[in-house]
Design a protein around this ligand. Structure first.
Ligand SMILES: Nc1ncnc2c1ncn2[C@@H]1O[C@H](COP(=O)(O)OP(=O)(O)OP(=O)(O)O)[C@@H](O)[C@H]1O
Ligand SMILES: [Mg+2]
Length: 396
């Protein structure tokens, strides 16, 4: 495909994963794991098999159709730090499997960094469905290049995002003005954090530093416990493209490209273009009810539609984290609500979201609220506890 691609100064690589994952279909989930669930389904004559994919910090439960590998329903949960609580969470997921779409007839459990046989008895106690643990899931996985996880096709990788004693000043000594002052913030996979504060308090500055769009003056940004301070510009750009989806207040869609091409842009910038990328863009647009608009240009869309295209684009590279800087700032209430709902849908499927907003009612809904005042964190309602890795979970 040859597209007129102009590269913005800061190639914006927002983007991520599917909102209504329940609607996600076969091609998207056509990973080896879905194939595994399909194989189990065929061997056991199940029409639908529930696949529970357990990672140290998250668990994904997907109902896979044996006939075509399509996904009828997906749920994703963050696992608590405490080992027993995490197992209880998994048991709860499995207990709810009967209410999932398509009524699966059995559960297959696959883990990554997790000793699944150890938790199998607890899972079996939680459901009347037969629970099976394939003997050599690693071998099955290895056959497919990509998947480090069942949801490699569907869900992003997870990441811890951390600011340590972050300071940012603008201007040069002796007239430099401190904007961010000793910010410490740790955001875990699956969190939904609303960031509020008066105009000028430093919200956008903090978000763009967390998004690796600009460096701090001092202090550090860490992704998965690794400092980004020593990365080259190229490494930073690559990490930003893969790990972070950025949604701007002003949409930042390219006027000369179609809606679908805008969504694919992060892939094009990363040298990936083709049928698979186009199909993924359409699948993402579909999740926001925009597939029919794929061939239009941004000017032919409403503000709310444009912003949802921007979110679809931010999801394109399946980033670990979505950073959204006042994504409803230019929208009316109804369109703003649609955008916020889209973000919550993503979050309930496991996507980490950091949302800057001036709207107190939107902020008050968020599970975690962080307020900035004059460049400092004024209040933080507190992080979700994260696992340190125990017993059946590998350290990572
Ligand atoms: N590139 C820059 N050069 C100089 N000062 C800057 C720069 N960027 C931001 N500032 C200043 O830093 C302060 C914080 O700006 P920032 O955009 O982070 O605020 P904000 O909390 O996002 O505000 P708003 O709610 O109005 O978007 C402001 O006083 C702003 O003028
Ligand atoms: Mg701002």
């Amino acid at each position: 495909m040859s597209l007129p691609v102009s590269v913005p100064d800061e190639p914006e690589m927002a983007l991520a994963r599917g909102a209504a994952l329940a609607s996600a279909n076969a091609p998207i989930f056509a990973s080896s794991i879905a194939a595994l669930a399909q194989a189990v389904g065929k061997a056991t004559n199940y029409a639908h098999t529930a696949l529970l994919y357990v990672e140290p910090h998250t668990a994904t439960l997907a109902v896979v159709n044996t006939a075509d590998g399509s996904v009828a329903d997906v749920r994703r949960r963050f696992l608590p730090e405490d080992d027993d609580e995490a197992v209880a969470e998994l048991v709860e997921m499995v207990t709810g499997v009967a209410e999932m779409e398509a009524h699966p007839e059995g559960v297959v459990v696959v883990g990554s960094g997790v000793d699944v046989p150890l938790i199998k008895p607890a899972l079996e106690a939680g459901t009347s469905l037969p629970v099976s643990v394939p003997e050599q899931p690693k071998v099955v996985l290895a056959r497919d290049a990509a998947p480090a996880s069942a949801n490699a096709q569907l869900l992003n990788a997870t990441a811890f995002l951390e600011a340590r004693n972050l300071c940012k000043s603008f201007g040069r000594w002796p007239t430099e003005t401190p904007i961010l002052k000793n910010i410490d913030l740790r955001i875990s996979p699956g969190e939904f954090v609303a960031l509020i504060g008066p105009s000028g308090s430093g919200k956008s500055t903090l978000l763009s530093i967390l998004g690796l769009l600009e460096p701090p003056t001092s202090g550090d940004v860490l992704i998965n416990q690794k400092s980004v301070a020593r990365l080259s510009r190229q490494q930073l750009a690559r990490l930003r493209g893969r790990a972070i989806g950025y949604v701007f207040q002003s949409f930042n869609l390219l006027a000369g490209l179609s809606v679908a091409e805008n969504v694919m842009l992060p892939g094009l910038l990363a040298g990936e273009s083709g049928r698979a990328q186009y199909d993924w863009a359409i699948a993402l647009l579909d999740q926001f009810g925009l597939a029919a608009l794929a061939k239009r240009v941004p000017a032919e869309l409403s503000g709310g539609e444009q912003q949802r295209v921007a979110i679809a684009r931010a999801l394109f590279m399946r980033p670990a984290v979505i950073l959204a800087d006042e994504p409803t700032g230019n929208l009316d209430t109804i369109n703003g609500r649609k955008v916020i709902d889209a973000l919550y849908n993503l979050n309930s499927a496991g996507q980490t979201i950091v949302l800057v907003t001036h709207d107190r009612s939107i902020a008050d809904e968020a599970p975690r609220l962080v307020s900035l005042l004059d460049g400092r964190i004024e209040t933080d309602s507190g992080p979700i506890q994260v696992t340190s890795g125990v017993a059946w979970r590998a350290h990572n």
